[in-house]
Design a binder for this molecule. Structure first.
Ligand SMILES: *Cc1c(COP(=O)(O)O)cnc(C)c1O
Length: 394
């Protein structure tokens, strides 16, 4: 088929041409002035994106590497942490913590729901030995947005570090680290940042830095205090992922051109477009109340094979979407609207989803789902990001 390939997945995501051209340039040396200039330029904009005055460290690894780095830097074996476990990536926090030899208290949350901040408060009250809360901003496996700001009000009042995996949230929905009181915020390059995989970014609060500096058992490769000393000189501890940082310089320019508000407004509008259209199609949203701004998870009608729907969407329409993981395999479709993705890409994805559902016998008969979705998109662009848009009644 002569279709364009449209990657509507929660990472990796499509790349703008400007970023691809930047990535294609020949090597520059990571210890010389030209590279230091790029590192300094990138640093200011990364702090704006993270909402912090602290340095943002580039690490040569995928997002999970930054999660691992955070756990090693901030906790010593035997310390106790609370893990908010509401999906695949919550589980990953627990696995990393256990591998590090931490004691792990799991706060299980049904998939599709956000954690109740009161439950976190209760868990912290019940066990004064807990030294950290590990959670996701956006739980990509379910499409849920967790209330990190509310949780931070409890951790900042205690000797408890809040470590937030923002891999599918940074650059997509607000997460002002210093204002909220997040102690560690991290992300990866291939989700909201319009870059290939392979670069992670991580920042620590002032009190988290104190703890990292005093930690008797760090990690050789992810030595965050040493990494920070290097970053302050426009360097990285080991050989830098040079191309990715050159690409980051360009992608940050594009993301921040009109300011953070415009960036979040676009993401919110794409979310309203997607949620409205799938609702008009008669499909259930898997994360009904608290939802991410870079991905929408949709429940499929009983008896519909989600794997087949995705296969048809790719084969006949060139649209690549994600399915469910583990117990959700075949039961949900996850439509990514992150990275270099706009309303036209999302509209193509919604059309493909509708047509492929029809092909497997799951069509609801809705006619104006795209029209209503796009009307919601237009409305959402004109209101403060986060304002829900009511569906028009046809
Ligand atoms: C993608 C993702 C990860 C894993 O990142 P990798 O780059 O694959 O290591 C972890 N957490 C969240 C929330 C994610 O979306």
């Amino acid at each position: 088929m002569l279709n364009k390939h449209r990657l509507l997945t929660p990472g990796p995501t499509p790349l703008p041409e400007q970023v691809r051209l930047a990535l294609a340039q020949d090597m520059i040396h990571h210890r010389k002035a030209a590279f230091k200039d790029i590192m300094q330029r990138v640093q200011g904009r990364l702090r704006l994106l993270f909402g912090t005055e602290q340095p943002v460290l580039p690490l040569s690894c995928s997002g999970t590497g930054a999660m691992t780095a955070a756990v090693h830097a901030l906790f010593a074996p035997g310390e106790k942490v609370l893990v908010v476990n509401g999906g695949k990536f919550g589980e990953r926090w627990a696995e990393i913590a256990l591998t590090r030899g931490l004691e792990c208290v799991r706060l299980d949350v049904p998939w599709g729901q956000a954690v109740d901040p009161a439950a976190v408060a209760q868990a912290l009250e019940a066990d004064p030995h807990i030294r950290g809360v590990l959670m996701q901003l956006s739980e990509t496996s379910t499409g849920v947005l967790h209330p990190v700001q509310e949780v931070a009000t409890m951790t900042r009042a205690r000797d408890v570090l809040l470590v937030a995996d923002g891999i599918s949230a940074v650059g997509l929905s607000p997460c002002p680290m210093d204002e909220w009181g997040i102690d560690c915020l991290l992300t990866g390059s291939q989700k909201g940042l319009m870059l290939p995989p392979g670069l992670a970014l991580l920042a620590l609060s002032a009190r988290a830095w104190q703890k990292a500096e005093a930690n008797p058992s760090g990690c050789f490769y992810f030595n965050l205090p040493k990494e920070r000393d290097n970053v302050l000189k426009g360097q990285t501890l080991f050989t830098s992922p040079v191309n990715l940082i050159v690409g980051l310089d360009v992608s940050l320019d594009m993301l921040l051109k009109d300011g953070l508000d415009a960036l979040y407004r676009k993401q919110w509008a794409l979310t309203m477009l997607t949620r409205t259209a799938v609702s008009v199609m008669g499909l259930e949203l898997f994360a009904p109340a608290h939802y991410a701004w870079g991905i929408t998870s949709v429940q499929l009608p009983a008896g519909i094979d989600g794997v087949e729907v995705l296969r048809l969407a790719q084969e006949h329409y060139g649209v690549i979407m994600a399915g469910g993981q583990d117990q959700l395999k075949g039961r949900i479709v996850r439509i990514g609207h992150m990275g270099w993705v706009d309303w036209a890409d999302v509209t193509a994805g919604l059309y493909a989803l509708n047509r492929c559902l029809f092909a497997v016998g799951g069509y609801s008969g809705a006619r104006d789902y795209l029209e209503q979705g796009l009307a919601a998109y237009e409305t959402a662009l004109a209101v403060p990001p986060g304002t829900p848009v009511e569906r028009r009644h046809s």
